[in-house]
Design a protein around this ligand. Structure first.
Ligand SMILES: Cc1cc2nc3c(=O)[nH]c(=O)nc-3n(C[C@H](O)[C@H](O)[C@H](O)COP(=O)(O)O)c2cc1C
Length: 229
């Protein structure tokens, strides 16, 4: 693969929040997971396992748990200054025929150097799971499918009840869930920060250190983007 093809793929990978409920071939699910299996991880620890959920009653229960959590989570936004209140994403994921849960085995942290295990064990573990997850999202794009990243699955309320529902050992950690489906929308172009404001050469260019106001303006711009249809 050359650089241009890679760039094209990463630009093509988008969150798709309107999804068709039509089934997708099992072969596609295998292919998505096959790509994730090759992701980099701390000390090659490969902490991941994947739970493919297609059974309607299990999906319905997970949807219910997440909706319950979201009701409270969305209410929490009232605690913030109005300008910065998070706008929930549409929950198109609930229509997807397949949910892929990425779970991690924290015992694999012992593969890291002891200093890492003790000082940055959690970060390394989560970064490893995130890299597998990201690979899955790229694979989804190449297959002409769409996906939505569902991180509410990892909050304690949803996580503990999902573990109980699916028989996941308590010691395992649910990282995140990818809802996969045929897309039912074309995503609109999103805000991408310019290279110039992000890159420093040799030394940190203090002129590029954003002021509090600039950071806030950026967040408000993201929210405004979300408000536009
Ligand atoms: C760690 C992480 C958690 C995310 N959680 C969610 C989520 O719970 N729901 C959702 O709709 N999108 C979620 N996203 C997707 C981001 O909102 C999305 O990637 C971002 O807005 C950029 O849009 P794009 O994916 O279309 O390029 C998550 C992304 C990351 C990296």
């Amino acid at each position: 693969m050359d650089y241009d093809s890679l760039l094209e793929l990463v630009k093509k990978r988008r969150s798709i929040r309107k999804l068709k409920s039509d089934p997708i071939p099992d072969e596609y699910v295998d292919k998505i997971i096959e790509v994730a299996r090759w992701a980099p991880s701390g000390a090659n620890s490969q902490p991941w396992q994947f739970i493919v959920i297609k059974k309607k009653e299990l999906k319905d229960k997970i949807i219910e748990l997440i909706n319950e959590h979201n009701r409270l989570g969305n209410k929490m936004e009232d605690a913030r200054e109005p300008e910065l209140r998070f706008i929930p994403s549409p929950s198109g994921w609930a229509h997807a025929p397949v949910f892929i849960l990425v779970v991690g085995d924290p015992r694999t942290k012992e593969a890291y150097p002891l200093n890492t295990t003790l000082m940055r064990g959690k970060e390394t573990f989560i970064s490893s799971l995130a890299s597998a997850f990201l690979y899955m999202t790229l694979a989804v794009s190449t297959l002409g499918l769409g996906g939505q990243w569902v991180s509410a699955i990892g909050v304690p309320y949803v996580q503990s009840l999902t573990k109980s529902l699916l028989g996941i050992p308590r010691e395992m950690e649910i990282y995140d869930m990818l809802a996969v489906a045929y897309p039912d929308m074309e995503p609109r172009p999103r805000i991408v920060r310019s290279r110039d404001e992000l890159v420093h050469h040799d030394y940190y260019d203090r002129a590029k250190y954003p002021s509090d106001q600039q950071v806030k303006d950026f967040i408000v711009a993201l929210l405004n983007w979300k408000k536009q249809k």
